[in-house]
Design a protein around this ligand. Sequence first.
Ligand code: ADP
Ligand code: MG
Ligand code: MG
Length: 245
Amino acid sequence: NTLLDIRDLYVNAEGQEILKGLNLKINKGEVHIVMGPNGAGKSTLAHSILNNPTYEKENGEIIFEEEDITDSKTDEIARKGIFMSFQLPEEIPGVSVTNFLKYARNKMTGKPVRLMPFKEEIRGYMEQLDINPSNMERNLNVGFSGGEKKKNEILQMLVLNPKLAILDETDSGLDVDAIRTVSKGIQMYKNDENAVLIITHNAKILENLKVDYVHILVDGKIVKTGTEELAGQIEKEGYGKYKLE
Ligand code: ADP
Ligand code: MG
Ligand code: MG
């Protein structure tokens, strides 16, 4: 039932040690939240799962569906079914939202994508996510508001339907309604066979989402794992006591 198993992971970037013995296990059907102070290594964790070459793995392994993906190429890892949203979504002039999604779907499935039914599918998701359907023909992320970019990431997740979705601060900078929409999108995606890893500073996203585990990441390690109450406690008290330990 284990989907992702990260064991004793040490990661460097530019010669600096960032992850220092991180362990994390995610089973199918689970929603995991990772919280932690700025610079703790949260985004590094996400990049390391996708084996972004900027980040050097010094020790440890990452097992996905019983397969060692520690040193696999990023696009291979994506094809195996791990999706990652980016903290700063890229603007891609000359590529419409629809064409980008069509390309991505084709890459994932290896099958040709029939345009008309595909457009209908996207239109359905857009309606659910409260995205203006005219955005389908716009260039990807160009001139999109912060909220539109973030909702687009959720749209990509729904279209690609990965086994594991990693959302790095997808909710940051969103108004309360948009956060609710993002939560709704995650609920739509979620089923018993897949899992989500949400990196966030915002306990608000948890309100509309059934969360299984909350992890606190400090100084390159997960120092505490709990349930939703832990997020509430962090919101009140901050990370101070975990930094000292
Ligand atoms: P978080 O997402 O928790 O805020 P990051 O994973 O982005 O933290 O960064 C953790 C630490 O690693 C920070 O000190 C950051 O400056 C450093 N770091 C991250 N990426 C790089 C990189 N590509 N090159 C050098 N240092 C990096
Ligand atoms: Mg940061
Ligand atoms: Mg980050």
